[in-house]
Design a protein around this ligand. Sequence first.
Ligand SMILES: Cc1ncc(COP(=O)(O)O)c(C=O)c1O
Length: 403
Amino acid sequence: MSSSIVRTTTAELYDAHVMKNYARAPLTLVRGRGAQVWDDAGKEYLDFTSGIAVSALGHCHPHWVASVQRQAGELIHTSNLFRNPNQGELARRLVQRAGPGRVFFCNSGAEANETLLKLARLHGMKKAGGEEGRCIKVIGAKHAFHGRTFGGMSATPQDKIQKGFRPLVPGFAFGELNNLKSFEELIDDDTAAIFIETVQGEGGIHPATTEFLLGLRELCTRHNLLLLLDEVQCGIGRTGAFFAFEHSGVRPDAIGMAKGLGGGFPIGAVWVGETSAELFQPGMHGTTFGGTPLACAAALAVLDVLEREQLLDKVRDNSVPWIADLRALASEYPDKLCGVRGLGYLIGLQFTSDVAPRLAALREAGLLAVAAGGNVIRLLPPLTATPDELKQSVEILRQVLAA
Ligand SMILES: Cc1ncc(COP(=O)(O)O)c(C=O)c1O
C-alpha cells in the first residue's frame, strides 16, 4: 500500500477555508524583525504597513517580547470581575498622557468607538433631562472611517462600507472636514456630540487643522456637546505626538484608541475626561476580554519603549527629511505622484491613478504599503524605523515611479 503525503499550501488553505471578506495581497508572511518581514519563500520586505498602524515598535521588539512572554507565564486572563495590576497601571499612564479622567479597556478600534458613541447617548440623555432617545444626534465628518460595527459603520458615511448592512443606527449627520460652518449648521437641540478622526486615515490621510479643532471645541462647549476624537489610527505616537490632537492644543472630552497601543496585541481603550467619566456606572457597559493582564502588559511595553527610546522625538525629527524627500520625488514625477500629506510616520501619497498596480510594483521591489481612499498610498513605518530605512523607502518608490 502506498502512502502519499499531500502538502497543502497556505494559499490553498485560504482559498478553501477562510472567509472571502478581504482583498488580500498574494503574500504569506512568516517572520518579522523591526521594520523587516520575510515571506515563505525567504524574500525580505521593508514593512511600511506596520499591520495598518499597529506594530508601533516594529516586529518582535525584544522588550515587548520579553514582557509578553513573562506575563503569559504569570497570568493571562481574569475577566473584569477582578482587578489586575497591569490594567490599573496602564490606566494611570494613559490618564497621565490624556489628562484627568478615567479609562475603559476593550479589544479593538471599533469597540473603542462604540464606547464613545454610547457615551454620547448617555450625555444626550443627561442633557435632555433624563429622557432617553431624544438627544442622540452625533455629527461626524464626510470621508470618515470609524470601524465595521453598526455604530462605527453608521458613523462612516461611505457607500462601500454601509452597502448591504442598512438600516443603520439613526442619528448621524455629516459635515465637511475642516469646514467649521458645515458642522455648526448641523447642530440643533437634539445634538449630543461631535465625533471625528484627528487625522482621517482610511479616507486618504487628511489631518483636521488646528483652527478647525479649536473651533469644534468652542462649538461643543457653547452647545454642551461632547468632543469625541477617534485616535485609533493616528494616536500612540504615530504623528510624533502621543495623541495627534496635541499638535493643535485642543482638549477633547473623550478619546478612542487601539491599533498601536498594544504594538500587535489586540487592545483598545477609551479615555473619558473627568466631567463625563462618571456617566458609565456599574453594569452599563463591558467586554469580557477588556484589559486583560496580558494585553495590558503588551501596551505597557509599548509605552516603556516609546519613552526609553524617545520615539516621539525620533518620529518628529526623522520624518522631516523623509517627507522632504517624498515631496522632492513628487516634483520629479508630478504626472504620477501629485501630493504628499500627513504628519510624522502617517503619510499619504496622492497618486493620479489607481494605486493597486503601484502597490503591487512596490511589493515586488520590496516595500509593503497600504492603500487608502482616493488613489492614496499610505506609508506607516514602525515608530522605530531609522533614517536609513526611511531613505530606503524613498529609493524603492523612485525605482517604481521611474519604471
Ligand atoms: C480611525 C479608525 N477608527 C476605527 C478603526 C477600526 O478599528 P478596528 O479595525 O480595530 O476595529 C480604524 C481601523 O482602521 C481606524 O482607522
